[in-house]
Design a protein around this ligand. Structure first.
Ligand SMILES: [Fe+2]
Length: 378
């Protein structure tokens, strides 16, 4: 599973006679360094054929929509996990907005419990993340620490930086397989115990809140009204946590909130029956390690709190397993070789993403959608 491939494209779509191999305007292409996962190329490159062109994003979007109506995007995302679209006339956020809507997914994902810096650009388009360019993000499933997560992610490369900034992707299916081969006891513990994640949300009026970048009132206090007492505010936040995330609240003496999420770490994908490593705890550990926040009170040199994830029963996840997990993730990772105008479409159920540092000006935009996939019990 770990070999790289230069596979020609004919085999990729050979089982899909109604797919892109017969398409008049688009074709698949091999991306150097792509991998083969369960017999399918990951990621799959899709580009506008030589001699074909779209005169506008609107025209491209209406063409992409005809493909969506055939259900082909769903099939390709299920089979390949990630698609890299190249050669379309996508130059800015408004073009990108047209393209994402052409996929005809159920609806934009409503983010609950944002713990990152992200703002709306236009329509369903947001900045990917506004943290400084030297901050590395480890692999994670988007909102993999939460019970409420998007199904499909779109990334748009508006401006490619001078150096770095390639978006790392890995197959969560391959990561599961590699853990099974190399760390079966760890995988067994993850599968049987699940994980208990903790996230720190300061109070909005805490002087630390601005530096941290989020607070419990903005992230969860949708129902809070002016004049609500602290007690009522807390009850409303607890209700949102319970109803939307099946999460628990632990209030701290400084009025900060710890959100406790007890979730599976390994899930079964409904449409294929495959097992996927779906969570975000490796990233939490990696960031905590980098910020020297592995000991109580888990406050890092970045001035933020990095609360450790445990197994679901509260027992410690061994550091050596976490370290090996990070190594394995890097071994099977793929760096998206961004060109300006590229759009990546990612099945969040089967693909984890990360962020590489960069030098220079970069603009990567994102759009999060609810999809058609589901998880079923392992
Ligand atoms: Fe992310």
């Amino acid at each position: 599973m770990s070999t790289t491939t230069q596979t020609t494209t004919s085999r990729i779509t050979a089982s899909e006679p109604e797919g892109l191999d017969n398409d008049s305007r688009l074709e698949t292409f091999a991306i150097p360094g792509s991998r083969v996962i369960h017999g399918k190329v990951f990621p799959l490159g899709i580009r506008v054929k030589d001699g074909q062109s779209f005169t506008s994003a609107a025209e491209a979007a209406s063409y992409l929509e005809t493909i969506a109506r055939r259900g082909l995007w769903n099939d390709l995302l299920r089979d390949h996990g990630a698609l890299l679209l190249r050669g379309f006339p996508t130059a800015n956020a408004s073009d990108f907005d047209k393209v994402v809507k052409a996929f005809k997914l159920p609806q934009p994902h409503r983010e609950i419990g944002l713990a990152g810096k992200r703002s709306i650009v236009t329509g369903a388009i947001k900045t990917a993340n506004e943290e400084p360019p030297d901050v590395k993000f480890y692999y994670h499933s988007e909102y993999g620490r939460s019970a409420h997560f998007p199904g499909v992610l779109f990334f748009f490369s508006e401006i490619v930086p001078d150096q770095g900034g390639q978006t790392p992707l890995l197959s969560s299916l391959e990561l599961h397989d590699r853990l099974k081969e190399e760390l079966p006891d760890f995988l067994h513990d993850l599968t049987t115990k699940g994980v208990l994640g903790r996230q720190y949300f300061p109070a909005r009026d805490d002087p630390e809140a601005e530096h941290i970048g989020w607070n419990w009132k903005d992230s969860y206090g949708f129902d809070i009204q002016p004049g609500d007492t602290k007690e009522v505010q807390r009850q409303k936040v607890e209700q949102v946590l319970k109803d939307t995330l099946q999460a628990d609240a632990e209030w701290q003496p400084n009025d900060a909130l710890h959100v406790l999420q007890n979730l599976p770490a390994i899930r079964r994908v409904a449409s294929t029956g495959e097992l996927s490593f779906f969570n975000g705890f490796a990233g939490v550990y990696g960031r905590a390690r980098d910020c020297r926040a592995l000991e109580p009170p888990y406050k890092g040199v970045d001035g933020k709190y990095h609360l450790p994830t445990t197994y679901g029963d509260g027992s410690t996840i061994p550091t050596r397993s976490l370290e090996r997990l990070l190594e394995l993730s890097d071994e099977i990772g793929f760096l998206v070789p961004w060109q300006a105008g590229d759009v990546a479409v990612i099945n969040n159920y089967t693909v984890q993403h990360a962020r590489s540092p960069w030098v220079g000006k970069r603009s990567l935009l994102a759009s999060l959608w609810d999809g058609n996939e589901k998880f079923v019990p392992v």
